[in-house]
Design a protein. Structure first.
Length: 488
């Protein structure tokens, strides 16, 4: 790769100039609307996570630290310094694994970036339009960094293959760019914020394998790091302009011999500002492992076609081959999950939940929801009886589409010997089948209801989010958020 000169900026410098250009112009209307929807989604997911211990523990710690009140904390009447608010809110955003996803990098970019942007925007009194622009660029940077180490042959991220949480380490840099934009830093300052944040991002995913709740704080720490990095750059600390591609830079340090400088440069900068990775984000309609979603959709389609769950004698769930180890193995565990949490990672259980979805329950329009992943629901005899009839297999067409989609094909055999098949090749909530504004609001309201938030307060917050793009500042949004917190 040719060394950077004053005429050939480094990838970090290119990203910084891109951030300044977007801040100085107008974010495309479709991207602003999409970012607004992701903000609503993030707030709903965060509110639903208020009962989880990781978010509470981080909030208690941030309360102990104290500091000047500058930004709203979800679930607390106490305002905290922007880095602390970003830490708590980012932790909440990722606590239920209900956050948005970028494929095929398998990043959750909004959870580190949006809490950092929201806290900084509130602290500096930024406009809603500036908040959305910073959030959009921060998400874009995060996704491009993740794609720079996606290995097509491996079908996976090099970060993940080495035990690193790509969302956390890439998200810290994206969060720093968003915060630096809102702080008004110039291109050199934003480049320094990138260089500083690259030394701060961290996330080890061993907890996915053997347990522990630390992964839930990864996005919070990345958001916190991004806000701190931007503030350090604002006060004169500098970072190396070659921080991404350098001999001792970000990709070399995290990816070692699998680092390809030319691939990194292309993934990070090609089409920047013209082709937006942001537009490829998926929003999860169901609070369970993303690999199970197409099976849920297929089950609900069977039900809508008149298939009676009581008549089913056998179900075959075809999925991409790499997915089997997550949602199908070991088969006895997946057919009889030990808890609501384990049920969220079970192909057989989630198919059963889709077939038995209650059309009158909160979130019913979305199919399955939080109520389906309690310990009590996971022990429900009707669900378990159906789950026991599910056999999971690898499907060639689904495998070919993976990991750009997480498809499924479901075949039900009835007691009269007839069979019915539903094939779902495109995930609901994907760019090809997006949730519209009404569906996003329905998901938000169902999340708020799960946290016992009064409906009027939840609707007020949703209204404030949808009009944030034309707001002079974030005061209306944060006031409505505080009212929701009081309701919980």
């Amino acid at each position: 790769m040719t060394p950077a000169t004053s005429e050939t900026p480094t990838p970090a410098q290119t990203l910084a100039r891109f951030a300044v250009d977007v801040r100085g112009g107008t974010l495309r209307a479709d991207l602003a609307e999409k970012t607004t929807g992701h903000l609503l989604d993030l707030l709903g997911n965060s509110i639903a996570a208020l009962g989880e211990r990781p978010g509470a523990a981080v909030r208690e710690l941030a309360d102990e630290w104290g500091g000047a009140p500058a930004a709203t904390v979800i679930g607390s009447p106490v305002r905290l310094p922007a880095p602390s608010a970003a830490l708590v809110n980012g932790t909440l955003a990722h606590s239920l694994d209900f956050d948005d996803t970028h494929l095929p990098s398998v990043l959750h970019p909004s959870s580190p970036v949006l809490p950092a942007a929201l806290a900084t925007a509130e602290a500096v009194g930024a406009s809603g339009a500036d908040l959305l622009a910073a959030a959009a660029v921060g998400v874009e940077v995060t996704c491009r960094l993740g794609m720079a180490q996606y290995d097509e042959e491996l079908g996976n991220s090099v970060f993940f293959d080495r035990g690193l949480h790509a969302t956390a380490i890439c998200g810290a840099i994206g969060a720093a760019v968003a915060a630096a934009m809102l702080r008004g830093l110039d291109a050199d300052g934003i480049c320094s914020a990138i260089g500083i944040a690259a030394s701060m991002g961290s996330g080890i995913i061993e907890a996915n394998r053997t347990g522990g709740t630390v992964k839930r704080v990864h996005c919070g720490w990345a958001a916190h790091a991004g806000v701190v990095a931007a503030d350090m750059a604002r006060l004169g600390l500098t970072g190396p302009p070659t921080v991404l591609e350098g001999r001792f830079g970000f990709f070399q340090a995290f990816c070692g011999e699998r680092f390809d400088p030319d691939l990194v440069a292309a993934a990070v900068t090609d089409g920047l500002g013209e082709r937006w990775e942001l537009s490829r984000l998926f929003i999860k309609p169901y609070p369970c492992n993303h690999f199970t979603h197409a099976g849920v959709d297929a089950a609900m389609r069977l039900r809508r076609r008149g298939v009676d769950p009581g008549s089913i004698t056998a179900l075959t769930l075809g999925v991409p081959a790499p997915v089997l180890r997550t949602i199908a193995e070991p088969a006895t565990e997946k057919a009889h999950p030990r808890s609501g949490y384990h049920a969220a990672f079970s192909g057989p259980y989630t198919v059963a939940a889709g077939l038995l979805a209650d059309p009158t329950a909160p979130g019913a329009g979305l199919g399955v929801f939080h109520k389906d992943f309690t310990d009590e629901a996971a022990a429900d005899p009707a669900r378990l009886a159906l789950a026991a009839r599910v056999t999971c297999v690898a499907d060639e067409e689904c495998t070919a589409a993976f990991p750009h989609q997480f498809p499924a094909v479901l075949t039900a055999r009835a007691d009269d010997g007839s069979t019915v098949t539903e094939r779902v090749m495109v995930n609901r909530g994907s760019p090809q089948d997006p949730l519209d504004a009404g569906e996003l609001t329905a998901k938000f309201l169902a999340n708020a209801a799960a946290a016992a938030v009064p409906d009027a307060s939840a609707r007020e917050l949703a209204d404030e989010v949808w009009k944030i793009g034309s707001a002079q500042d974030t005061a209306g949004l944060t006031r409505a958020l505080s009212a929701v917190v009081t309701g919980t």
